[in-house]
Design a protein around this ligand. Structure first.
Ligand SMILES: Cc1cc2nc3c(=O)[nH]c(=O)nc-3n(C[C@H](O)[C@H](O)[C@H](O)COP(=O)(O)OP(=O)(O)OC[C@H]3O[C@@H](n4cnc5c(N)ncnc54)[C@H](O)[C@@H]3O)c2cc1C
Length: 475
């Protein structure tokens, strides 16, 4: 139900207070509701977007070009899912090598995640052999905007209480426990108690809130916790183009396709990633290589470019009258970024209208990422040459020190990463803040490594697992 009045909030006894109603917070509330457990969601935004609320999401970025922080996050019921792209794919086994949990620990929440994200339960994710060093995988699309899908459900729920336009301000603690939180609603400050508190405010806000709590009260958290550190994203860039003989590509695909996976998933695209051995041997980070087919004619500039690199291949295209379908492929890459302590979130001197410092995000790409993009793309190039499928022209910056532009800022990962000890992580394997008995962090800020997959499918599984864990503590 939607709670308008402060006294109603005070008189209820909530098992957990969830701060934030994006995919992370909403999933935990929905899963606790399934177990008939009562939660309160505190949401700073309203049902509709409001430019005034976006002012709270300003911030500075130091380093490489990065999307404006007030554009890539939404302070609204349903959070940033009001503008996300809906691409879903799981992280791989190896992505969890450095985590204290394994992929199988999240796999049991796959059906729940598919239901919450309205993914077709029959459509399974796959990761199959494409070549010696590359795998082929798929992306499944979700059309779920959490605000739209769950508003009526929450309105009718006996277990989920939602307080909109309610801003979290402060934690109150008693040594190892958070005793209550201070919030602001209807022009009043209100103090709320609960057994558990679950911070689900998004990749950057989770760190910002913990850093601000620590700045006000040095003893609230273990001073060693690396709050805000190891911030990561998925830099995305277009790295080249290629010419493909479609029928030759199809026959190559048929040869390698022993498990009968469908050809072309969404947007006429094929998704490839590096195999683990290749990653290890070359000492690189993984990436998702996307190539999308477009039909072309001979007047295209790409013909001219490829003619310089591979004149015989082009000659063959013109001479071989049987080959009718000539395709251009555009090649982009979404990269895993290394967990670097220098990439971090800290607090600015500039403050929001509630006097909370805005975040500063220090974010840079690394030479390793450029090398990884080049080596993975060259693998595709080799397959094209070896099987005479086509030719690829990669961008020059992959081979020199030139600066290059990427899209980054949409996937905000790390900052409160998961781990065994408080020296190098902020939360444990159950998402509990080290040293605190009842404060949990929910969302992609807990990612220890980034993988290259879109984060929300993993966020939802982690949030469902958190609900399961908390429900087991109920006596
Ligand atoms: C343009 C774009 C495209 C994207 N496309 C994809 C995609 O295709 N696939 C994918 O997996 N991911 C995608 N993402 C990322 C995806 O949107 C996020 O991973 C996801 O929304 C994170 O969920 P969350 O619940 O952790 O945080 P959010 O969705 O950001 O929700 C946080 C919530 O906390 C609330 N909040 C914040 N501070 C406070 C406070 N002080 N008090 C109370 N409430 C507060 C906010 O109002 C918000 O409702 C995209 C993101 C962008 C920007």
């Amino acid at each position: 139900m939607i709670v308008e009045n402060l006294s109603e909030l005070k008189k209820n006894n909530f098992f957990a207070i969830i701060i934030g109603s994006g995919p992370a917070g909403m999933t935990t509330a929905l899963e606790l509701e399934r177990k008939k457990i009562k939660t309160l969601i505190i949401e700073a935004g309203d049902i509709e977007p409001n430019q005034n609320n976006q002012k709270f999401l300003k911030g500075e970025v130091i380093g490489d070009d990065y999307n404006d922080l007030s554009v890539t996050r939404l302070r609204q019921f349903g959070g940033t899912s009001n503008l996300w792209g809906g691409n879903c794919n799981p992280m791989n086994n190896e992505d969890f090598n450095l985590w204290p949990i394994k992929k199988k620990d999240l796999d049991e929440y796959e059906d729940v995640a598919k239901e919450i994200l309205s993914l077709d339960k029959k459509e399974s994710f796959y990761l199959e052999n494409f070549s010696k060093n590359l795998n082929i995988y798929n992306i499944v699309w979700s059309n779920v905007n959490f605000g739209e899908k769950y508003l009526n459900h929450v309105k009718k729920s006996k277990y989920i209480f939602l307080s909109l336009n309610t801003v979290f301000l402060n934690f109150n603690d008693n040594f190892r426990s958070i005793t209550s939180i201070d919030c602001f609603k209807n022009n009043q400050k209100i103090n709320l108690n609960s057994k558990f508190f679950i911070l689900s405010c998004g990749g950057i806000e989770n760190s910002r809130i913990l850093l601000w709590a620590q700045a006000k009260n040095k003893k609230i958290f273990d001073s060693k916790l690396p709050i805000g550190k190891y911030y990561m994203d998925h830099p995305y860039h277009n790295i080249g183009e290629g010419l493909v003989l479609y029928d030759k590509f199809i026959s190559y695909f048929k040869k390698i396709n022993s498990n009968n996976i469908p050809f072309l998933t969404c947007n006429n695209s094929i998704f490839l990633s590096a195999k683990n051995n290749f990653i290890k041997n070359k000492n690189i980070m993984n990436a998702g290589l996307y190539f999308a087919f477009q039909t072309i004619n001979e007047k295209n500039d790409l013909f001219k470019q490829i003619r310089c690199i591979a004149p015989n291949f082009i000659k063959n295209i013109y001479e071989n009258l049987n080959v009718k379908e000539k395709y251009k492929v555009s090649i982009s890459i979404q990269q895993e970024q290394e967990a670097n302590i220098e990439n971090k979130i800290s607090l600015s001197d500039q403050k929001d209208p509630f006097n909370m410092p805005y975040p500063i995000v220090y974010w840079k790409k690394s030479a390793l990422e450029k090398k990884s993009a080049r080596l993975i793309a060259e693998e595709l190039s080799k397959i094209f040459i070896d099987h005479d499928i086509g030719r690829i022209s990669l961008k020059e910056y992959l081979y020199n020190d030139d600066k290059y532009e990427v899209t980054a800022g949409n996937h905000q990962l790390g900052g409160t990463r998961m781990g065994e000890s408080s020296i190098d992580s902020v939360v444990d394997k159950n998402l509990k803040v080290h040293g605190k008995k009842n404060l949990f962090i929910n969302g992609s800020s807990v990612f220890r490594t980034a993988g290259h997959s879109h984060p929300t499918y993993t966020i939802v599984k982690l949030a469902a697992r958190l609900a399961d864990h908390l429900s087991k503590t109920r006596v």
